[in-house]
Design a protein around this ligand. Sequence first.
Ligand SMILES: Cc1cc2nc3c(=O)[nH]c(=O)nc-3n(C[C@H](O)[C@H](O)[C@H](O)COP(=O)(O)OP(=O)(O)OC[C@H]3O[C@@H](n4cnc5c(N)ncnc54)[C@H](O)[C@@H]3O)c2cc1C
Length: 270
Amino acid sequence: MIVVACIKQVPDTTQVQIDPVTNTLVRDGIPFIINPYDSHALEESLRLKDSHGFKAVALSMGPPNAEAMLRKALALGADRSVLLSDRVFGGADTLSTSNVLSAAIAKLREDEEVGIVFCGKQTIDGDTAQVGPGIAVRLGFSQLTLVDRIEKIDLVERTITVRRKLEGRYEIVEARLPAMITVVRELNRPRYPTVPMRLASAKAEVEVWSNEQLRLDVNSVGLKGSPTWVSRIFSPERKEGEIVGDGMNDPAGAARLLLERLIEGDMLAV
Ligand SMILES: Cc1cc2nc3c(=O)[nH]c(=O)nc-3n(C[C@H](O)[C@H](O)[C@H](O)COP(=O)(O)OP(=O)(O)OC[C@H]3O[C@@H](n4cnc5c(N)ncnc54)[C@H](O)[C@@H]3O)c2cc1C
């Protein structure tokens, strides 16, 4: 049974700049990293390989230079790394990204059953958290988001039990396999590659699939298959007169400050 980790290459956000004319990221000369949440998705897929004998596949849609990230996944222990790269995939919004990733997972399923797909909870550039659920819906997989612990996997009953980390509470959920799981950082601590594995991965093959392999309608992928687009990106302006209180260390003081300012500003009827 296969476990897939969807991993996306993202710009190192401390250095991101936006082109004010085109409203797109300035990518020239910017270092790229694996989306931090996706490191945890990859790590969990490798743990399932070790504990349950899953075959671990790392999957990414991106430009040719994403190959380096996928090679690192091989160095960490993935059995296969697949890069989905084709000009027709370029300019994709989240819907068309989900289409392409789902088609690739469906193709993997032609050879062997896919039991689990791990995604990060969200990326640090697009930040939408839509792609994982988009994959689950397209493939008809159970959808388990914000997971911080795998409680149990029962391959006989074909069920999985996970803990979801919600605001102020946890939720234990059991679901049918196959499942798509989005993960949070608390799930695990990603491993480092050993020197022998790093050396072996230098020669290992990162498979590159274009639309020739996936055979998707070109109108359903890339820019053509994207019903949404970014019309403007901007940093919100700092407004004058904001109220800053230390709600973490002094919640009562912060509440008092807020109340005083609301009364002062005649914004509250008392
Ligand atoms: C309206 C809109 C228009 C856009 N237009 C463009 C554009 O013109 N050109 C462009 O380059 N980008 C564009 N993007 C960005 C592009 O859509 C996103 O990079 C992509 O859809 C993933 O969305 P996200 O980053 O929000 O992922 P999220 O939904 O936040 O990601 C969740 C998880 O899904 C998985 N995942 C997401 N993307 C990938 C991937 N590519 N490969 C493998 N796993 C993945 C990861 O596990 C990730 O942690 C656009 C985004 C939006 C919202």
